[in-house]
Design a protein around this ligand. Sequence first.
Ligand SMILES: Cc1cc2nc3c(=O)[nH]c(=O)nc-3n(C[C@H](O)[C@H](O)[C@H](O)COP(=O)(O)O)c2cc1C
Length: 176
Amino acid sequence: MASIGIFYGSSSGVTKAVAERLAELLDVEDFNVFNMEEDFTDFDDMFAFDILLFGCSTWGSGEVQNDWRDPLLDLDNDKPSFAGKTIALFGAGDFKAHGEQFVSALGILHDKFKARGATLVGGFPTEGYTYKYSFAERDGKFVGLPFDEVNEADKTEERLQRWVAILQEELALAEA
Ligand SMILES: Cc1cc2nc3c(=O)[nH]c(=O)nc-3n(C[C@H](O)[C@H](O)[C@H](O)COP(=O)(O)O)c2cc1C
């Protein structure tokens, strides 16, 4: 059975809460949920899993959450191979205050890990979202699951459930 690890960076706890809910929905044990700030040492932590769920909120103007910065620099410098790894992305944003770069961090993670050979799954429809621009939008879809607890907290659970169903289909977890 494929193993799943969840790694998240979250400054005010929004992406953290979703990471924990995802762990519940996908039966991922607590010790396989990593806060990038406290629990992440190096890429070997990630290589222990077949399937990686990466959570990252967007800060600055379209930048990754702080705790992902150094790992992404290491990724660029050390160029570890993620070939054979399947990665799905999720992250918080704020479409009203930051709709010009809505959840753009997901696009950054997508490109960086794809360049290292990973297979990215878990794209999500843009229907139902409002924003001006997102670096996470590719070919009319988001590269992962966006949620907005600032303006649309009531939609998060439904989006999560829908994303989990997409993931289960794409990863054939139901049969595993
Ligand atoms: C200074 C600042 C900059 C932000 N920049 C963005 C942004 O560029 N794009 C976006 O979608 N959200 C942006 N946000 C919104 C955060 O992503 C949002 O508050 C999110 O819920 C934080 O999630 P976290 O607690 O998991 O870090 C920004 C928020 C602040 C306070």
